[in-house]
Design a protein around this ligand. Structure first.
Ligand code: C2E
Ligand code: CA
Ligand code: CA
Length: 665
């Protein structure tokens, strides 16, 4: 028998009713024999009849239940869920419908189940089947039909399904199994495939079954490839309540979708993020930030052409779109429009302002491109989107070329280091009142046989992004210190050297200071002659860390300069917050000579900096008019092509010697 408990209850109930009926009859006859009043006879006889009828009803119900359960038992598995026979009935019932719209299917297959049976015995195997069934039972909802159709294979047929619903069920199961695995030594691992007859992919039930089976198989292959660690990331649910996907999982899902795209619908991958979400978090608070992410997630999922959307990490969302019928321009406009809509929606709901959504689009080509490459291309377009006014960029040939250039730079970087292709150049700075060389900025050059290979503007930002800049910076410092230590002219004269510090060092201030000190000791450098230039944007977030680093540098007589002041996210507040010694006003101010408005702005800036006791340096000086203006305003040092261009070590030594001799004579 399938379930014993209902029968025990029913039999107890019917026995109880029968006992009452018998007692009533007994009372009836007892009273009759005692010649009691007719009224009592009537009541007791009625009660006896009622209990007799009740008893009969319960007995008939028991018999009906017994037979119906006997029939049902044929459709239930030992684990209590539907078996293969019931599943076949379900399939034929669906096949008779006029369509399979909104029928969803999820298939599961336990991984390594044979190995578990063989290694741990069939009892452990059976237990695992029961445990997994138990986990599956927890995700079923209204309209779910759960069945076991093979030794370790299960299926859920879901009525009124949407891809989103199946995704949620899948993620819920993942979490349940993960919780279960945390408390057991024999962990459950399963492959899964799901799909739904929905919108633009509409299947006969057999087609749906085949597709889901294929997806499950691919998942099995895929899960064999990824490590346990990566699998864990699958459902790294953050405190927003939005499931976060790893790029591996995204690639797997894109792959599955492409395979199921038998109608060859045109697809695009869009990866979006929010500009400066951290500033935004700081300004409005984390709970508002979280709400914003939730609204964005919700709005993207709801867009009409979206097949699925996943929250990848922090503020990054990836969506697969069905763009059949759209060309690149229409799609771009649509995304711009949609992003604007989301921004308006978010702004009105969360009372926040001033943020942008950047979207990188990769339109899938007719030939097969690996999902990992698609993701990387969409990400490249997203990075580019941050730089254009519309904040949306489609991966194109220009981007492909710049990607390939970047790949070449990165591939040749290590060889260039080994072959000593990085050389230092110096660009002298002059004292604004005397015109004499008072210091020099050390600038790196990538040369091959004396000829430039890549310009700093090409390779420095890339090395910064990839972290390689750290080693290059130390190499430049070492070369500069070596140059000073070997060069008598430099030692005998009071000239300062400035060195660029990549923002990456702020994350490891201790290492930075130790390595600089070690190098300074090795080459016997008087550190009071060294100024480290840090770009202004690096000051924005790491105020405390930066001040800590500056304090230690100050203890060792090293000065710090705020580079590129006035470019990017200029903040006057930083002038008071950070304990730097010098400010380098950015060359952008003098890009096209100097306008009256620029003069007004610079007048105020220089005045303020003087009051704050900072040394003022202006870079990018190319015109006499600029020199005159800066001199009048009281700028301390000037650097620019009008005076000197960056030059190699020998040129610099001779230029400096000449300048020194002239000054001496
Ligand atoms: P930066 O630190 O702002 O360096 C000044 C840049 O302005 C140099 O470009 C220099 O050649 C250029 N410059 C100087 N005077 C003028 C002028 O009158 N007009 C114009 N149009 N440009 C002028 P460079 O050498 O190409 O360097 C570009 C950037 O690369 C540097 O900007 C700096 O951010 C970075 N960089 C260079 N060397 C290093 C290094 O050793 N380490 C790090 N981390 N970054 C470096
Ligand atoms: Ca600089
Ligand atoms: Ca600069």
């Amino acid at each position: 028998m399938c379930k014993k408990r209902p029968y025990t209850l029913l039999i107890t109930l019917s026995t109880f009713i029968s006992l009452i009926a018998v007692t009533e009859f007994y009372s009836y006859y007892a009273l009759k024999n005692m010649h009691e009043k007719p009224h009592d006879f009537l009541v007791i006889s009625q009660l006896s009849a009622i209990f007799l009828i009740l008893g009969c009803v319960v007995i008939i119900y028991i018999i009906w239940k017994f037979f119906s359960d006997l029939i049902n038992c044929n459709s239930k598995d030992v684990t209590g869920i539907h078996n293969k026979k019931a599943l076949e009935n379900k399939f034929s019932e669906i096949a008779q419908r006029s369509d399979t719209m909104n029928v969803g299917m999820i298939m599961y297959d336990l991984n390594n189940f044979k190995h578990i049976n063989d290694t741990y015995g069939h009892e452990r195997g059976d237990k695992m089947i029961k445990d997994f069934t138990c986990c599956l039972s927890k995700i079923i909802i209204d309209g779910s039909f759960l069945a076991r159709f093979g030794g370790d294979e299960f299926i859920i047929i879901q009525e009124n399904a949407t891809p989103e619903l199946l995704k949620n069920m899948s993620l819920k199961l993942f979490r349940i199994v993960e919780d279960f695995n945390n408390c057991t030594d024999l962990k459950i691992s399963y492959a899964e495939g799901y799909d739904v007859s929905y919108r633009n992919h509409y299947f006969l039930i057999e087609d749906l079954l085949n597709e889901v089976d294929k997806k499950m198989y691919r998942d099995k292959v895929y899960k064999k490839k990824i490590t346990g660690d990566q699998q864990q990331q699958y459902d790294d649910k953050n405190d927003l309540g939005i499931e976060m996907f790893s790029e591996h999982m995204l690639a797997s899902e894109i792959f599955s979708y492409i395979q199921s795209n038998t109608e060859n619908n045109k697809l695009a991958l869009v990866i979006s993020d929010i500009s400066n979400f951290h500033y935004f978090n700081n300004a409005f608070g984390y709970s508002v930030g979280n709400n914003v992410l939730k609204t964005i997630d919700h709005e993207i999922i709801g867009a009409p052409y979206v097949i699925f959307t996943h929250h990848l990490h922090s503020d990054v969302f990836a969506s697969l779109l069905d763009i059949t019928g759209y060309d690149e321009n229409t799609l771009t406009s649509k995304i711009i429009w949609n992003n604007k809509k989301i921004i308006n929606q978010v702004s009105s709901q969360n009372h926040v302002c001033r943020f942008m959504i950047n979207s990188g689009i990769y339109i899938m080509e007719s030939n097969y491109v690996a999902p990992e490459v698609m993701i990387s291309n969409a990400n490249a377009a997203r990075r580019q989107a941050k730089l254009n006014n519309l904040h949306v960029c489609c991966y194109n040939n220009d981007l492909r070329e710049s990607e390939s250039r970047e790949a070449k730079i990165l591939l040749s970087f290590q060889d260039a280091l080994k072959n000593d292709c990085f050389k230092i150049y110096f660009q002298p700075k002059v004292n604004a009142s005397t015109g004499e060389i008072c210091s020099a900025e050390t600038l790196v050059r990538w040369l091959d046989n004396g000829k430039p290979v890549w310009s700093p503007d090409e390779f420095i930002p890339l090395l910064e992004r990839t972290g390689y800049i750290v080693e290059l910076d130390y190499l430049v410092y070492e070369k500069c210190f070596n140059f000073i230590s070997k060069n008598k002219v430099m030692q005998q004269n009071d000239i300062n050297f400035s060195l660029n510090v990549s923002p990456a060092h702020i994350h490891a201030p201790q290492e930075f200071i130790e390595r600089v000190m070690t190098l300074a000791e090795r080459y016997s450098i008087d550190l009071s002659r060294i100024i480290f230039e840090i770009t202004e944007s690096a000051f924005i977030h790491q105020k405390e860390q930066l001040n800590e680093m500056i304090d230690i540098l100050h203890e060792n007589n090293i000065r710090i300069s705020m580079d590129d002041f006035g470019s990017g996210y200029s903040s006057l507040q930083r002038l008071g917050d950070i304990n730097f010694d010098e400010v380098k006003i950015d060359k952008q101010f003098f890009r096209n000579g100097i306008t009256d408005n620029t003069k007004i702005i610079l007048h105020e800036i220089i005045d303020m900096l003087k009051k704050l006791n900072k040394t003022i340096v202006c870079e990018g000086v190319e015109e006499e008019e600029v020199v005159n203006f800066l001199r009048k305003e009281g700028c301390d040092e000037m650097q620019g092509f009008l005076f000197y261009k960056p030059m190699n070590e020998q040129e610099f030594t001779s230029v400096f010697s000449e300048n020194y001799d002239e000054a001496a004579s």
